[in-house]
Write a protein that binds this ligand. Structure first.
Ligand code: GLY
Ligand code: MN
Ligand code: MN
Length: 438
């Protein structure tokens, strides 16, 4: 087993002191009737255990002398395994996953109290598994009732997902290896998409070719529903129908990445379906690219997290004012959030086991946390001018040639000791490259 898992548990055990942390695996998810979606493990659970089955619970109890790491798992069951696949079972789970004790999940009610009753607090995330939520609440209430007499027991429940943010934010070497693989496969798919996109093709053809490459190269599949948005569809941030036939003057916005070993890539490129940008598309593309480069520059160790969004927002708002698409003083426009008519989302998010990955951004005093080496963040500013754009009061009516243009450029950037590394550099984004595809 990769030693990462044990190191991660050690770090969490040290952080929770006299507490007990309880992590549930993901439930299976129904697609329709009695057909399930492919199983996808809960990210916190996987991060700490590497155990990839449903019906399991992991417990970290640093104050328990012998059993600091405990797993409850589905027992071996020949008939069930014939239908729905292999189970490690109790013995192998113990051998392979390094737990000090492993029990069949059916023994949870009987065995759980001993790991909880002497903790000073619990860490658990409510909302993913209603029966487990109920079990933990009942046990907690019982122990609270006994507290006056026992003088010990958990007096609070903290959110385990929040607890995990500080750890998952910094990627280890093996995590980065998997992310680099996810990104390399996704880059190959983007480059292929750029070579094959042309007027007359359908958005779904591009999607199919990209997802073909994902699977062919050993990825699990798309990290999120692929967005292949041509023409006005690029103004819908989460457009996933991918049905339209592309036309010569369209831009094509592709936001697609694969999951490899549960680690995700998240890449967006926007380019003309025909041979050239229209003048308006070109101007806006250059502006988004400039904003993205400025934002990437702000991704540095020690720089507060908000700086890169501020850099992108400033560049875009200044550019829109220069073009006459927004009117007013730049600082005031930003303060009044007027730029959001065209740039309505954040500039990026942490990336890892989740596409929108764990990581606290702000401190209780409202200051922003700094980037640290090992963080991976997306940098993805955009400009979207709806075909139905209606200016707010005091803002100009736009000429029709500006309407229906949507552009986003998204890279995945690793914070290093001295600066950053653009992990997605294998996917071109210069204006010239966008016009000289394939
Ligand atoms: N593809 C999801 C995102 O960019 O956040
Ligand atoms: Mn994306
Ligand atoms: Mn993203």
């Amino acid at each position: 087993m990769n030693p990462d898992y044990q190191q991660r548990r050690q770090a969490v055990l040290a952080a929770i002191g006299q507490g007990t942390a309880i992590f549930g695996s993901a439930p299976t998810a129904v697609m329709h009737n009695d057909v399930d979606h492919p199983f996808r493990q809960n990210s916190d659970f996987f991060y700490l255990t590497g155990f990839n089955e449903p019906g399991a619970i992991a417990i970290l109890a640093p104050h328990h002398g012998e059993h600091q790491f405990v797993l409850f798992v589905r027992p071996k069951d020949k008939e069930q395994e014939t239908w729905s696949g292999y189970r490690a079972g109790v013995d192998l789970a113990k051998e392979k996953y390094g737990a000090h004790a492993v029990y069949p999940i059916e023994e949870l009610a009987e065995k759980l109290p001993q790991y909880v009753e002497n903790a000073d607090r619990l860490y658990y995330h409510f909302g993913d598994d209603a029966p487990l939520d109920q079990r933990i609440l009942s046990l907690w209430r019982l122990l609270l009732g006994k507290y006056p007499k026992r003088g010990r027991g958990p007096v609070a429940i903290e959110d385990s997902r929040l607890l995990m943010q500080q750890f998952r934010r910094v990627k280890s070497a093996s995590e980065l290896d998997q992310m680099r693989t996810a990104i390399a496969i996704s880059a190959k798919a983007h480059n292929h998409a750029m070579a094959m996109a042309r007027p007359g093709r359908y958005e779904y053809e591009i999607q199919a070719e990209m997802e073909h490459i994902f699977r062919l190269e050993g990825a699990l599949g798309p990290a999120y529903p692929s967005i292949v948005a041509s023409g006005v569809n690029a103004c819908i941030l989460h457009y996933i129908e991918n049905e339209r036939q592309m036309e010569p003057d369209d831009l094509l916005l592709i936001d697609a990445g694969c999951a490899y070993g549960y680690y995700n890539a998240d890449i967006t490129r926007t380019f003309p379906v025909g041979e050239r940008f229209t003048p308006e598309q070109r101007i806006l593309y250059e502006l988004v690219l400039e904003a993205q480069l400025q934002a990437i520059e702000a991704v540095q160790p020690g720089r507060p997290f908000n700086h890169f969004h501020d850099a992108a927002t400033r560049t875009i708002t200044e550019g829109l004012v220069d073009l006459g698409l927004l009117q007013g003083d730049v600082a005031t426009l930003i303060e009044d959030k007027k730029h959001k008519a065209f740039f309505m989302h954040g500039t990026g998010h942490f990336l890892g086991l989740d596409v929108h990955d764990a990581g606290t951004l702000r401190n209780p005093d409202k200051t922003w946390q700094p980037f640290a080496p090992g963080n991976v963040v997306t940098v993805e500013p955009g400009i979207y001018i709806s075909p139905n754009y209606e200016p707010e009061e005091g803002q100009p009516v736009l000429d029709a040639r500006w309407l229906g243009i949507g552009i986003r450029i998204e890279d995945d950037v690793l914070v290093t000791q001295t600066g950053h590394e653009i992990l997605t550099a294998a996917v071109p984004k210069s204006l010239a490259a966008m016009e000289e595809r394939g």
